[in-house]
Write a protein that binds this ligand. Structure first.
Ligand code: HAM
Length: 441
């Protein structure tokens, strides 16, 4: 490879900048307001974990673990994996920090990036972001319902269009394994009509047959036994309690007994939000209860439930989004600059200087003013490009600056960009003057 060839971001990854960065900032603010308002506390776990955590937590036979993980060895020969999801790490942290001693449920939320080696396409990336929430230490159906309602609120606030919610229950692993045997028997009975993919997985993962788009498989599945008909009474009761609470909150849903999630840890409640505004990758968010996971990872038995929503898919499904992105394409950066707070003070260095010493003295004065203005709470910026005073004034104007200080050592000229009026004053009074004049407006 020639040393001059351009290096690009790896396949399935993208840079976040421009309007994408702004949209994410807003989304994070909404998530924080909604989740912290509901008593969820921020948690961030490491980007990589022991591979074993996901093998045990997410499940060896899942697509995620069997073919989508970025796994590597450290110098000591330990197997590490870039996190493909956040639930197992949060459970690991819950155990590691003895969080069972806190008041339960422990409610945590995160906004982090995750890694899955999937075929890159629109809405599917190898590094993607999720906002997630996990509540550990309660089996109350109200926790499941609360999470679903909070998630619905977040999707609504983000402007995600054409959302629908599917809800189901998986009961216990015991009933599920009995049911799997029934289902496997049904599949074997109709083996000739199944896709090869499904046929080879009858023993390991027969539930995946419900996911198949293969025509023959679909017709076999139409009269396959349903898990929901083989569950224990208390699991069904839990499910109907969740349903009632969700219904009362006014969030619309359908019960879909064929709903399968790509992770093994679920018990009881499972749900998925999809958006018809997206293409093939229509899953915007999903979650459910995982009452056995903490124990499986070495902790005390701890009922828990949670969700995760894909940031890229939420943004793609927003009203006013640019529509579906081309295959393999990443979210595009807009041309607009950051549209945060209006700029109150722009600081320019006056005049040319014969020597570097003089230039540095002026830079120091300007920089000190910048720090002073910011500590006083002003939104302030300083000219950082080699522009003439005239060019810098034009730049300040383009940035929408309200006041401009042209600093010449201990004296400055303060210009009101609205009326063009200019005042000569001591540099160390600029901040105070700007504050006073803004307050007087
Ligand atoms: P998940 O369904 O695997 O669940 O992922 C949740 C969301 O992450 C998906 O609905 C989707 O929006 C987004 N997502 C997943 N993979 C990709 C990808 N390759 N590119 C872009 N977006 C993607 C979980 O991860 C569970 N940990 C959710 C959970 C939390 N369950 C209980 N608590």
């Amino acid at each position: 490879v020639s040393a001059r060839e351009k290096i690009k971001a790896p396949r399935g990854t993208f840079d976040v900048l421009g309007e994408q960065a702004q949209a994410r900032t807003m989304l994070e603010a909404s998530a924080r307001a909604i989740l912290e308002g509901a008593g969820y506390e921020r948690i961030e776990t490491p980007t990589f974990e022991a591979t074993e955590l996901f093998a045990r937590g997410v499940g060896e036979s899942t697509d995620i673990v069997s073919k989508e993980m970025f796994t590597f060895e450290d110098a000591g020969g330990r197997s590490l994996t870039l996190r493909p999801e956040g639930t197992a790490p949060v459970c690991r942290a819950y155990i590691e920090h003895g969080m069972h001693k806190r008041r339960q449920p422990v409610k945590l939320w995160y906004l982090s990036s995750f890694f899955r080696h999937e075929r890159a396409q629109a809405g599917r990336y190898r590094q993607f972001w999720q906002v997630g929430a996990e509540a550990l230490g309660s089996d109350d159906p109200a926790v499941d319902a609360e999470l679903i309602v909070l998630l619905a609120a977040l999707l609504k606030e983000t402007g995600v269009r054409e959302v629908s919610l599917r809800l189901s229950t998986l009961g216990t692993p015991e009933r599920r394994s009995e049911y799997r045997a029934l289902l496997a028997a049904h599949l074997r009975e109709h083996e000739g009509s199944l896709s090869e993919d499904v046929r080879t997985r009858i023993a390991t993962n027969p539930l995946r047959a419900f996911d198949s788009e293969h025509e023959g498989t679909r017709s076999v599945m139409a009269d396959a036994p349903r898990l929901i008909d083989h569950l224990d009474a208390d699991d069904l009761e839990h499910f109907s309690a969740v349903r009632e609470l969700v219904e009362e909150s006014g969030v619309a849903y359908t019960v879909d007994p064929t709903l399968v999630r790509g992770l093994d840890y679920y018990t009881r409640t499972v749900f998925e939000f999809t958006s018809a505004a997206l293409g093939a990758q229509s899953g915007v968010a999903g979650g459910g209860r995982y009452d056995r996971l903490v124990e499986q990872l070495g902790g005390n038995p701890t009922p828990a439930t949670g969700f995760a929503a894909g940031i890229e898919r939420m943004l793609l499904a927003r009203a006013g989004a640019r529509g579906e992105l081309g295959a393999g394409a990443a979210p595009q950066a807009g041309r607009g600059g950051p549209a945060e707070r209006p700029l109150e003070l722009f600081i320019i260095r006056a005049g040319e200087h014969e020597d570097a010493v003089g230039a540095q003295a002026q830079r120091r004065a300007a920089f000190a003013l910048l720090g002073d203005a910011r500590s006083a709470g002003l939104s302030a910026q300083m000219e950082l490009a080699p522009r003439s005073v005239k060019g810098a004034l034009g730049h300040a104007d383009a940035l929408g600056a309200r006041f401009v200080a042209i600093v010449d050592g201990e004296r400055s000229a303060l210009r009101d960009m609205q009326d063009g009026g200019q005042q000569d004053l001591a540099t160390d009074t600029v901040t105070h003057t700007v504050l006073a004049r803004l307050r007087a407006l």
